[in-house]
Each structure stands twice: as C-alpha cells, then as structure tokens.
Design a protein. Structure first.
Length: 318
C-alpha cells in the first residue's frame, strides 16, 4: 500500500508539472474513437426496441474495451517495472490540472465582465449550452461540471487504481468515457448506454460515499449530513446527486434545478442549501476539491505508515 500511495502522489505531482497537449494525449484519441464507435453502432431504431438498443450498446462497449484491456494485461505481464507502468498509466489518465485552468480562465472572464468570451470558452467543457445562460447560471453550471469532473476523473479514478492498479483505473475510465459520450446524444441513447450506465453506477457507489465522508470532515458537518440524508436520492445517476448535494451543503449553495443538457430538458431537483451560486464561488469549489484530494492522499499515506511502520515502544526507549 505504501508503494501505491507514493505512485498516487507522484502521478498527481507530474500532472501539475508536465503539460498535456491535445495532440499527444491518448485519452483524447480514445474519446474520439469512442464517439466514432457510438455514432457507427447506435441504432436508428424506434425507442420501442429497447432490447436491440441494449445489445448494440453492449457490443459497442465491448469493442471499445477490447483493444485496450488486453494490451494493458500484456504490458504488465512482460514488464519487470510494474510500478513505473502504473505511474505512467495513472499520469496519462488523470485530468487534474486542465479542468482547474479552465475554471480559473472562466472565473477571470466573468469577473472582468467578458460574458461572450466566457460563453465561448464554456462551450468546450460544459454539458449544457452556455449561450442561453445568464452569468450566475453560467457560474453554477461551471461549478457543477467541475465538481463532477473532479469526482470522476480524479477521485474515483484513484480509488480504482488503489483496488486494481493501472488496469482497474483504465477500465473504469473507458466505461465512464463511453457513458459520457453516449450522454451527448441525449435521451436517444437511454437504452443504448444502459450497460455502461449501470457499470458506472456500481463503480462509483463506494467512491461517492468516500468522497462524501471526506467533505463531511472538513467543516459544517451537520449541514452536509442533512443534505446527504435528505437530498441525495432523487436523480437517476446516484453519484451525481450525492456529490452535488454534499458540495452544495458544504459551500452553503443551492445547486441542481431544471436545466437543458445536450438539447434535452432535465427536470432536476434542487440540491444543497443556502444562496444561489455567484462568480466568487468558483474559487471556493476549487479550494474545496483541493482540500478533499490532499486530505485523502495524506490519510492514505498515514494509513500506509501505520501498516508498514508499527509503533514500537522499544524503539523509543531511552
């Protein structure tokens, strides 16, 4: 476990030190491959044929994983430096710095009153159309998107890396990316993405609760617990609603609510408690996510130290 914690710390540090450009990021290539695969195999069938949609979606997910998963197994079998390979795979899959830079850029533009340019930048990473959003609504959309990106592409990814190493992290990343790319097509893929959506829900069940506990111990535990207990069970995607309810309770903000994502209207309930989101809250969500990450990593390091360096009274005898 101590080795795993060291790899986690090194991967997060490398992600901040070494920039990842789009033209050499394998994750972008795989995302484009996944989108092309979905466009090719998504059936132009009636929504009254859910079984055929489900089978085609399962086959598309199989084709997405098949070229990558066996390659990872072969690499681990042939190499004698599994730790180095783990570090490389985790570094490539992590997405810690890029969303933070987008959030800071959007915050600066909103503070300067450059709303048109802020909407233009938001097109590249928000799940909803920013053209029809007011500045407060744009700030709320950015805050929610950043919280969910952090949960999926950092927290859950690290959890599965701890459990199954680099293979587990990449297996979760592939399934999550398939589900996210299907979501871009809206409700037309509700049966097509059923298998991926259920696998993601199962993979995110425990990490969502670990994330909630991490936020719970920071501050305002009563308010966070009240939001967790009363609000976290109303959406189709349990991890999303739990994360946003916890974040809204911790920051004292009202999140969720009806919205339009990828051209489809979603009647979401309100989550959290307190005031509407403002531009200043974009800095607060960045600070909260950083606290959660480093407290979690330091907690793992302390646990590893306890396991591998048991407290020995004789060693401290005078």
């Amino acid at each position: 476990m101590l080795k795993t914690v060291i790899i986690l710390l090194c991967a997060v540090a490398l992600d901040g030190l070494i920039p990842k450009h789009t033209y050499w990021r394998p994750t972008d290539w795989l995302a484009n491959y996944t989108a092309a695969l979905i466009q090719l195999l998504h059936p132009r069938l009636s929504a009254n044929a859910p079984t055929r949609h489900f089978l085609r979606g399962a086959f598309a997910l199989f084709l997405q994983i098949t070229p990558i998963f066996p390659l990872l197994v072969v690499l681990y079998t042939w190499t004698d430096q599994a730790g180095v390979l783990d570090l490389l795979l985790l570094f490539v899959a992590l997405d810690y710095v890029a969303p933070k830079r987008r959030l800071r850029r959007l915050y600066a533009l909103l503070q300067q009153g450059q709303f048109d340019q802020a909407r233009h930048i938001a097109h590249t990473w928000l799940t909803r159309d920013p053209d029809n959003l007011t500045p407060p609504e744009l700030a709320r959309a950015a805050l929610e998107t950043y919280a969910l990106i952090f949960f999926r592409r950092i927290f859950t990814l690290l959890c599965w890396f701890i459990v199954l190493g680099g293979v587990g992290a990449w297996l979760y990343w592939l399934i999550m990316m398939f589900d996210r790319q299907c979501a871009r097509l809206g409700m037309a893929t509700v049966y097509f993405r059923t298998l991926a959506m259920r696998l993601c829900a199962a993979a995110e069940w425990l990490p969502a609760r670990l994330f909630a506990l991490t936020v719970l111990v920071t501050s305002h535990p009563r308010r966070v617990w009240r939001c967790w207990r009363n609000q976290a069970w109303h959406w189709r995607t349990p991890a999303d609603q739990l994360v946003l309810a916890i974040v809204g309770g911790r920051l004292g903000l009202m999140l969720g609510g009806p919205t339009v994502e990828y051209g489809y209207t979603l009647a979401r309930p309100y989550l959290g408690i307190g005031n509407p989101v403002t531009t200043r809250d974009l800095r607060r969500i960045e600070g909260l996510m950083n606290q959660c990450l480093w407290r979690w990593l330091l907690g793992l390091a302390f646990l590893a130290w306890i396991i591998y360096e048991p407290f020995n009274l004789d060693a401290y005898a005078l």
